[in-house]
Ligand binder design. Structure first.
Ligand code: XMP
Length: 326
């Protein structure tokens, strides 16, 4: 199989024709590697795991078993889109696991960001392990590892790595994207027929909305994050900012402030909007979002999202802030 070093003469995949050549070559290699055995894939619906899934569906069809774990920390509409695209349109063998209560119960009362991340990561492995044990005859584990993951082996993107599985579940790895850069993965995904909003989506952290529902996660604030994020994304798309701004999202802190609605006093949460640009996520600048658009988004969020009475815009570059709040 291919090694872990990108050959110097490997052409950058910039066109659908080059992507098609890559796809054809990978399909042949995957068929040779996998034969008539079964492959397991944790399918989050992010760019990399989605492209791996689409490639493997083409190569080995029903021998691929995709497991989509809904941990309750995904953005609005994401689990539904995974089911629609992969099960309904691509006829994938997809196991959908509703683990929302399980994750939220484990996270209840935990306020420390790194502890939250650890719980989400560990619980994910546990749920995935349980599903893996229900399957017979799995010999391979597919992963959406891409070249930057190999280059920065400290592994910021731990969500790709289901390496915490116990000894008896150590399958042979299938990593068809491991020599590709992100922009190449997107061209391959597009060529495989995945929808634009899946292929060109902004980066989203593995722990998902869990690190944007600040402090100890509660269901009311988690819904406020999810609903306000959906409004922000909708408005950015309508106003030509989708694809232009590198990363944009909302966060909801764990304190309330006084407000007023319909002549009555409210005591509700603020929503914080963050919109940043960067090339490597090490430093970031704040997008100059038109003030009228921010006012419009504020009006929508305060009118449509429950338990929210204020909207704030984060003006801080990285440094001194990080991109996420936790
Ligand atoms: P920060 O907040 O460190 O974020 O400036 C830099 C980039 O990394 C993403 N990020 C994460 N991605 N798991 C991930 O997969 C994480 O725990 C995590 N924390 C931050 C963040 O969204 C930004 O793109």
């Amino acid at each position: 199989m291919q090694g872990n070093v990108r050959p110097e003469n490997m052409e950058r995949i910039t066109t659908e024709a080059l992507a098609q050549a890559f796809i054809d070559e990978q399909i042949a290699q995957l068929r040779q590697q996998i034969g008539d055995k079964k492959v397991l894939l944790a399918l989050s619906g992010g760019v990399d795991s989605s492209v791996v899934a689409a490639l493997l569906i083409k190569a080995v069809g029903q021998q691929l078993v995709c497991v989509h774990v809904n941990h309750g920390l995904l953005r609005k509409g994401e689990p539904e889109q995974v089911i629609e695209v992969f099960r309904n349109q691509m006829n994938a063998n997809l196991v959908y696991v509703d683990a929302v209560d399980r994750f939220l119960d484990k996270l209840a009362g935990v306020a420390e960001p790194e502890k939250k991340r650890k719980i989400i990561g560990a619980e994910f492995i546990r749920v995935f392990e349980e599903e893996a044990r229900k399957q017979d005859g799995i010999e391979f584990l597919a992963q959406g590892t891409i070249y930057p993951d190999i280059l920065e082996s400290d592994g910021v993107k731990a969500h790709h790595n289901v390496g915490g599985l116990p000894e008896d579940l150590q399958f042979e790895l299938v990593e068809p994207l491991k020599l590709l850069f992100k922009d190449e993965v997107r061209v391959v995904g597009k060529t495989l027929g995945l929808p634009d909003n899946m292929v060109y989506r902004q980066p989203f952290p593995g722990p998902g909305l869990g690190v944007r529902c600040l402090g100890a996660i509660t269901r009311d604030r988690l819904e406020a994050v999810r609903e306000s994020d959906a409004i922000l994304r909708e408005e950015f798309a309508k106003n030509g900012l989708e694809g232009k701004v590198w990363q944009y999202f909302t966060a909801v802190p764990d304190f309330r402030s006084v407000g007023v609605k319909d002549g009555k006093r409210t005591f509700a949460y603020p929503v914080i909007i963050r919109a940043v640009n960067t090339t490597d996520a090490m430093t970031a600048t704040v997008e100059n979002v038109p003030f009228e658009l921010l006012q419009h988004i504020t009006a929508r969020i305060t009118a449509e999202v429950a338990n929210v009475n204020r909207v704030l815009f984060d003006l801080t570059p990285k440094p001194s802030a990080t991109i996420e709040w936790e």
